[in-house]
Design a protein around this ligand. Structure first.
Ligand SMILES: [Zn+2]
Length: 343
Protein backbone atom coordinates (compact mmCIF):
# COMPACT_ATOMS: atom_id res chain seq x y z
CA UNK A 1 0.00 0.00 0.00
CA UNK A 2 1.36 3.36 -1.00
CA UNK A 3 1.07 6.77 0.59
CA UNK A 4 1.41 10.00 -1.35
CA UNK A 5 2.78 13.26 0.00
CA UNK A 6 4.21 16.24 -1.84
CA UNK A 7 7.35 18.06 -0.72
CA UNK A 8 5.35 21.25 -1.41
CA UNK A 9 3.30 20.45 1.67
CA UNK A 10 6.20 20.13 4.10
CA UNK A 11 6.70 22.95 6.58
CA UNK A 12 3.58 24.93 5.66
CA UNK A 13 2.59 27.05 8.63
CA UNK A 14 -0.69 28.92 8.78
CA UNK A 15 -0.78 32.54 9.89
CA UNK A 16 -2.59 33.07 13.22
CA UNK A 17 -6.35 32.51 13.08
CA UNK A 18 -9.35 34.05 14.78
CA UNK A 19 -10.87 31.25 16.82
CA UNK A 20 -13.62 31.42 19.45
CA UNK A 21 -13.17 35.17 19.72
CA UNK A 22 -9.38 35.27 19.98
CA UNK A 23 -6.40 35.53 17.66
CA UNK A 24 -4.47 32.30 18.23
CA UNK A 25 -2.03 29.98 16.52
CA UNK A 26 -3.81 27.70 14.05
CA UNK A 27 -4.62 24.19 15.21
CA UNK A 28 -3.60 23.07 11.73
CA UNK A 29 0.08 22.77 12.55
CA UNK A 30 2.95 21.45 10.42
CA UNK A 31 3.44 18.78 13.11
CA UNK A 32 0.15 17.19 12.03
CA UNK A 33 1.58 16.24 8.66
CA UNK A 34 4.78 14.96 10.25
CA UNK A 35 2.65 12.78 12.55
CA UNK A 36 0.77 11.31 9.57
CA UNK A 37 4.06 10.65 7.76
CA UNK A 38 5.56 8.99 10.85
CA UNK A 39 2.62 6.57 11.08
CA UNK A 40 2.76 5.79 7.36
CA UNK A 41 6.49 5.02 7.59
CA UNK A 42 6.09 3.01 10.79
CA UNK A 43 3.49 0.88 9.04
CA UNK A 44 5.81 0.20 6.13
CA UNK A 45 3.90 2.19 3.51
CA UNK A 46 5.91 3.43 0.53
CA UNK A 47 5.95 7.23 0.45
CA UNK A 48 5.62 8.67 -3.04
CA UNK A 49 6.17 12.21 -4.34
CA UNK A 50 3.31 13.06 -6.72
CA UNK A 51 3.54 15.08 -9.93
CA UNK A 52 1.98 18.53 -9.56
CA UNK A 53 -1.71 18.38 -10.37
CA UNK A 54 -2.59 19.77 -13.79
CA UNK A 55 -4.62 22.89 -14.33
CA UNK A 56 -7.57 21.30 -16.18
CA UNK A 57 -8.14 18.95 -13.25
CA UNK A 58 -8.05 21.83 -10.74
CA UNK A 59 -10.48 23.75 -12.92
CA UNK A 60 -12.85 20.80 -13.10
CA UNK A 61 -13.47 21.38 -9.39
CA UNK A 62 -12.59 25.05 -8.76
CA UNK A 63 -13.62 28.28 -10.43
CA UNK A 64 -10.87 30.10 -12.34
CA UNK A 65 -11.50 33.40 -10.50
CA UNK A 66 -11.01 31.72 -7.14
CA UNK A 67 -7.80 30.01 -8.29
CA UNK A 68 -6.51 33.36 -9.53
CA UNK A 69 -7.31 34.94 -6.17
CA UNK A 70 -5.42 32.17 -4.32
CA UNK A 71 -2.36 32.59 -6.53
CA UNK A 72 -2.33 36.39 -6.93
CA UNK A 73 -3.62 37.91 -3.71
CA UNK A 74 -0.91 36.74 -1.28
CA UNK A 75 1.73 38.53 -3.39
CA UNK A 76 -0.24 41.71 -4.05
CA UNK A 77 -1.72 42.21 -0.58
CA UNK A 78 1.58 43.07 1.15
CA UNK A 79 2.18 45.68 -1.60
CA UNK A 80 -1.10 47.35 -0.61
CA UNK A 81 -0.52 46.84 3.11
CA UNK A 82 3.23 47.01 3.76
CA UNK A 83 4.27 44.76 6.61
CA UNK A 84 1.07 42.70 6.49
CA UNK A 85 1.75 39.20 5.17
CA UNK A 86 -1.55 37.50 5.92
CA UNK A 87 -4.86 38.17 4.21
CA UNK A 88 -7.96 37.43 6.25
CA UNK A 89 -11.43 38.90 5.70
CA UNK A 90 -13.39 40.90 8.23
CA UNK A 91 -16.55 41.28 6.16
CA UNK A 92 -18.50 38.69 4.18
CA UNK A 93 -21.36 38.71 1.64
CA UNK A 94 -23.77 37.38 4.27
CA UNK A 95 -27.49 36.95 3.65
CA UNK A 96 -28.43 40.61 3.19
CA UNK A 97 -25.72 41.32 0.60
CA UNK A 98 -25.71 40.37 -3.08
CA UNK A 99 -22.85 37.99 -3.80
CA UNK A 100 -20.77 40.30 -5.97
CA UNK A 101 -17.03 40.34 -6.26
CA UNK A 102 -15.41 43.62 -5.20
CA UNK A 103 -12.12 44.87 -6.62
CA UNK A 104 -10.38 45.44 -3.28
CA UNK A 105 -8.53 42.40 -1.95
CA UNK A 106 -10.11 42.76 1.48
CA UNK A 107 -13.53 42.54 -0.18
CA UNK A 108 -12.35 39.66 -2.34
CA UNK A 109 -11.11 37.90 0.78
CA UNK A 110 -14.65 38.11 2.19
CA UNK A 111 -16.00 36.72 -1.08
CA UNK A 112 -13.51 33.89 -1.45
CA UNK A 113 -12.71 32.93 2.16
CA UNK A 114 -15.55 31.74 4.33
CA UNK A 115 -14.17 32.24 7.82
CA UNK A 116 -11.31 33.56 9.91
CA UNK A 117 -9.36 30.34 10.36
CA UNK A 118 -8.20 30.21 6.74
CA UNK A 119 -5.82 33.15 6.20
CA UNK A 120 -3.86 33.38 2.97
CA UNK A 121 -0.11 33.84 3.01
CA UNK A 122 2.66 33.42 0.46
CA UNK A 123 2.94 29.78 1.60
CA UNK A 124 -0.69 28.81 1.23
CA UNK A 125 -0.93 28.16 -2.49
CA UNK A 126 2.11 25.88 -2.70
CA UNK A 127 0.93 23.78 0.22
CA UNK A 128 -2.64 23.55 -1.09
CA UNK A 129 -1.38 22.64 -4.56
CA UNK A 130 0.88 19.96 -3.08
CA UNK A 131 -1.98 18.55 -1.07
CA UNK A 132 -4.29 18.44 -4.09
CA UNK A 133 -1.49 16.78 -6.06
CA UNK A 134 -1.23 14.07 -3.40
CA UNK A 135 -4.96 13.35 -3.64
CA UNK A 136 -4.96 13.34 -7.44
CA UNK A 137 -1.98 10.99 -7.63
CA UNK A 138 -3.35 8.61 -5.00
CA UNK A 139 -6.55 8.42 -7.06
CA UNK A 140 -4.48 7.73 -10.21
CA UNK A 141 -2.66 4.88 -8.46
CA UNK A 142 -6.00 3.33 -7.58
CA UNK A 143 -7.26 3.79 -11.13
CA UNK A 144 -4.17 2.01 -12.38
CA UNK A 145 -4.98 -1.05 -10.32
CA UNK A 146 -3.88 -0.54 -6.72
CA UNK A 147 -6.81 -1.48 -4.48
CA UNK A 148 -6.18 1.37 -2.04
CA UNK A 149 -3.88 4.37 -1.66
CA UNK A 150 -3.48 6.95 1.09
CA UNK A 151 -3.12 10.66 0.29
CA UNK A 152 -1.46 12.49 3.18
CA UNK A 153 -3.27 15.75 2.55
CA UNK A 154 -2.50 18.85 4.54
CA UNK A 155 -3.98 21.39 4.15
CA UNK A 156 -7.23 19.44 4.30
CA UNK A 157 -9.85 19.96 1.63
CA UNK A 158 -13.40 19.04 2.54
CA UNK A 159 -14.53 22.56 3.58
CA UNK A 160 -13.25 24.07 0.33
CA UNK A 161 -16.02 24.94 -2.13
CA UNK A 162 -15.60 25.45 -5.86
CA UNK A 163 -15.09 29.16 -5.21
CA UNK A 164 -14.36 29.48 -1.48
CA UNK A 165 -11.76 28.41 1.04
CA UNK A 166 -12.80 27.67 4.59
CA UNK A 167 -11.91 25.67 7.68
CA UNK A 168 -8.14 25.41 6.97
CA UNK A 169 -9.08 24.17 3.45
CA UNK A 170 -8.35 25.82 0.07
CA UNK A 171 -8.53 23.12 -2.61
CA UNK A 172 -10.95 20.25 -2.26
CA UNK A 173 -8.66 17.24 -2.34
CA UNK A 174 -11.43 14.64 -1.98
CA UNK A 175 -13.44 16.21 -4.81
CA UNK A 176 -10.34 16.18 -7.02
CA UNK A 177 -9.79 12.48 -6.20
CA UNK A 178 -13.45 11.81 -7.04
CA UNK A 179 -13.14 13.56 -10.40
CA UNK A 180 -10.07 11.44 -11.18
CA UNK A 181 -12.14 8.37 -10.29
CA UNK A 182 -14.93 9.57 -12.58
CA UNK A 183 -12.64 9.37 -15.60
CA UNK A 184 -13.01 5.55 -15.49
CA UNK A 185 -16.04 4.92 -13.28
CA UNK A 186 -19.61 5.99 -14.00
CA UNK A 187 -20.46 6.32 -10.32
CA UNK A 188 -18.16 7.51 -7.55
CA UNK A 189 -19.02 7.67 -3.85
CA UNK A 190 -17.41 10.03 -1.34
CA UNK A 191 -17.83 9.24 2.34
CA UNK A 192 -16.68 11.86 4.83
CA UNK A 193 -15.95 10.60 8.34
CA UNK A 194 -14.43 13.84 9.63
CA UNK A 195 -16.18 15.14 12.75
CA UNK A 196 -17.13 18.30 10.84
CA UNK A 197 -19.57 18.35 7.96
CA UNK A 198 -17.83 18.18 4.58
CA UNK A 199 -19.71 21.21 3.35
CA UNK A 200 -17.37 22.05 0.48
CA UNK A 201 -17.59 18.57 -1.00
CA UNK A 202 -21.36 18.56 -0.56
CA UNK A 203 -21.63 21.89 -2.36
CA UNK A 204 -19.41 20.78 -5.26
CA UNK A 205 -21.49 17.67 -5.99
CA UNK A 206 -24.89 18.83 -4.74
CA UNK A 207 -26.63 18.82 -8.11
CA UNK A 208 -24.92 15.74 -9.55
CA UNK A 209 -26.20 12.19 -9.71
CA UNK A 210 -22.87 10.61 -10.69
CA UNK A 211 -21.11 11.37 -7.39
CA UNK A 212 -22.88 10.27 -4.21
CA UNK A 213 -21.78 12.19 -1.13
CA UNK A 214 -22.38 11.13 2.43
CA UNK A 215 -21.05 12.71 5.62
CA UNK A 216 -21.13 11.56 9.25
CA UNK A 217 -20.46 14.43 11.60
CA UNK A 218 -21.25 16.10 14.87
CA UNK A 219 -24.61 17.93 14.99
CA UNK A 220 -24.20 21.22 13.07
CA UNK A 221 -26.63 22.92 15.44
CA UNK A 222 -23.71 22.90 17.87
CA UNK A 223 -20.65 22.31 15.68
CA UNK A 224 -18.67 24.06 12.93
CA UNK A 225 -19.60 24.76 10.12
CA UNK A 226 -23.04 25.30 11.76
CA UNK A 227 -25.01 26.25 8.64
CA UNK A 228 -24.84 22.97 6.74
CA UNK A 229 -24.82 19.27 7.49
CA UNK A 230 -28.48 18.75 8.34
CA UNK A 231 -30.35 15.61 7.36
CA UNK A 232 -32.75 17.51 5.11
CA UNK A 233 -29.94 18.52 2.71
CA UNK A 234 -30.48 15.76 0.15
CA UNK A 235 -29.16 17.27 -3.10
CA UNK A 236 -30.90 19.37 -5.71
CA UNK A 237 -32.07 18.98 -9.30
CA UNK A 238 -30.53 15.88 -10.82
CA UNK A 239 -28.61 15.45 -7.59
CA UNK A 240 -31.67 15.07 -5.40
CA UNK A 241 -31.31 11.86 -3.42
CA UNK A 242 -27.53 11.69 -3.95
CA UNK A 243 -26.50 13.58 -0.81
CA UNK A 244 -26.83 11.99 2.62
CA UNK A 245 -26.02 13.77 5.87
CA UNK A 246 -25.93 11.78 9.08
CA UNK A 247 -25.51 14.26 11.93
CA UNK A 248 -24.72 12.71 15.31
CA UNK A 249 -25.46 14.04 18.77
CA UNK A 250 -22.49 15.65 20.46
CA UNK A 251 -20.67 13.06 22.54
CA UNK A 252 -21.81 10.09 20.44
CA UNK A 253 -19.50 7.09 20.70
CA UNK A 254 -18.78 3.94 18.71
CA UNK A 255 -22.27 2.41 18.83
CA UNK A 256 -24.14 5.41 17.43
CA UNK A 257 -21.37 6.16 14.96
CA UNK A 258 -21.28 2.64 13.56
CA UNK A 259 -25.10 2.55 13.24
CA UNK A 260 -24.95 5.71 11.13
CA UNK A 261 -22.01 4.29 9.16
CA UNK A 262 -24.06 1.22 8.27
CA UNK A 263 -26.77 3.48 6.82
CA UNK A 264 -24.18 5.32 4.73
CA UNK A 265 -22.60 2.07 3.53
CA UNK A 266 -25.95 0.61 2.56
CA UNK A 267 -26.63 3.71 0.45
CA UNK A 268 -23.20 3.43 -1.21
CA UNK A 269 -24.02 -0.19 -2.09
CA UNK A 270 -27.41 0.78 -3.53
CA UNK A 271 -25.76 3.58 -5.52
CA UNK A 272 -23.56 0.87 -7.08
CA UNK A 273 -20.40 2.97 -6.85
CA UNK A 274 -17.35 1.76 -8.72
CA UNK A 275 -14.82 3.92 -6.88
CA UNK A 276 -14.71 5.18 -3.29
CA UNK A 277 -13.12 8.28 -1.81
CA UNK A 278 -12.89 8.41 1.98
CA UNK A 279 -12.51 11.88 3.46
CA UNK A 280 -10.50 10.55 6.35
CA UNK A 281 -10.87 13.01 9.19
CA UNK A 282 -9.62 11.57 12.46
CA UNK A 283 -11.15 14.26 14.65
CA UNK A 284 -14.18 12.16 15.60
CA UNK A 285 -11.68 10.39 17.88
CA UNK A 286 -12.39 10.80 21.58
CA UNK A 287 -9.03 12.52 22.15
CA UNK A 288 -9.37 15.26 19.55
CA UNK A 289 -9.05 18.89 20.67
CA UNK A 290 -11.47 20.12 17.99
CA UNK A 291 -13.77 17.11 18.03
CA UNK A 292 -17.04 16.59 19.84
CA UNK A 293 -17.62 12.88 19.30
CA UNK A 294 -16.17 9.97 21.25
CA UNK A 295 -15.13 7.37 18.73
CA UNK A 296 -12.39 5.13 20.15
CA UNK A 297 -9.38 3.68 18.33
CA UNK A 298 -11.24 0.34 18.25
CA UNK A 299 -14.15 2.24 16.70
CA UNK A 300 -11.84 3.45 13.94
CA UNK A 301 -10.74 -0.13 13.29
CA UNK A 302 -14.40 -1.06 12.84
CA UNK A 303 -15.05 1.97 10.61
CA UNK A 304 -12.17 0.88 8.39
CA UNK A 305 -13.32 -2.78 8.39
CA UNK A 306 -16.79 -1.84 7.23
CA UNK A 307 -15.47 0.51 4.54
CA UNK A 308 -12.92 -2.05 3.35
CA UNK A 309 -15.70 -4.67 3.18
CA UNK A 310 -17.23 -2.67 0.34
CA UNK A 311 -14.31 -4.02 -1.70
CA UNK A 312 -14.19 -0.93 -3.87
CA UNK A 313 -11.08 0.72 -5.28
CA UNK A 314 -10.49 3.20 -2.47
CA UNK A 315 -8.61 6.46 -1.99
CA UNK A 316 -8.07 7.55 1.60
CA UNK A 317 -7.78 11.34 1.66
CA UNK A 318 -6.54 12.83 4.91
CA UNK A 319 -8.75 15.53 6.41
CA UNK A 320 -8.84 16.68 10.08
CA UNK A 321 -7.31 15.30 13.27
CA UNK A 322 -5.72 17.84 15.57
CA UNK A 323 -4.33 16.28 18.74
CA UNK A 324 -0.87 15.62 17.37
CA UNK A 325 0.18 13.29 20.20
CA UNK A 326 -2.90 11.11 19.67
CA UNK A 327 -3.74 11.40 16.00
CA UNK A 328 -1.52 8.43 15.16
CA UNK A 329 -3.76 6.04 17.09
CA UNK A 330 -6.78 6.54 14.86
CA UNK A 331 -4.66 6.63 11.71
CA UNK A 332 -2.81 3.44 12.66
CA UNK A 333 -6.16 1.76 13.29
CA UNK A 334 -7.48 2.68 9.84
CA UNK A 335 -4.30 1.98 7.87
CA UNK A 336 -3.75 -1.40 9.55
CA UNK A 337 -7.12 -2.61 8.28
CA UNK A 338 -6.62 -1.36 4.73
CA UNK A 339 -3.01 -2.56 4.57
CA UNK A 340 -4.20 -6.05 5.58
CA UNK A 341 -6.74 -6.08 2.76
CA UNK A 342 -4.06 -5.55 0.11
CA UNK A 343 -1.67 -8.25 1.36
ZN1 LIG B 1 -12.72 18.26 11.02
Amino acid sequence: MRAVVSSLQRGYKSAPVFFRGQLVESQDTPERLEAFIAVALEMGLDLIEPPVVVDPLLKSVHEPGYLEFLTEAPGRWPQMMPGVTSLMPNIYPTRHFPARLPQHYLGQAGYYLGDMVSPLTAQTWGAALGSASSAAHAASLVLSGEPVAYALCRPSGHHAHADMGQGFCFLNNAAIAAIVGRTRHARVAVIDVDVHHGNGTQHIFYDRDDVFFTSLHSDPEMTYPFFTGHADEVGSGKGEGFNLNLPLKIGSGDTDYLCALDIAIERIRRFDAGFLVVSLGLDAHESDILGSLNVTSEGFVEIARRLAALRLPTVLVQEGGYTVSQVGNALRAVLSVFAATVK
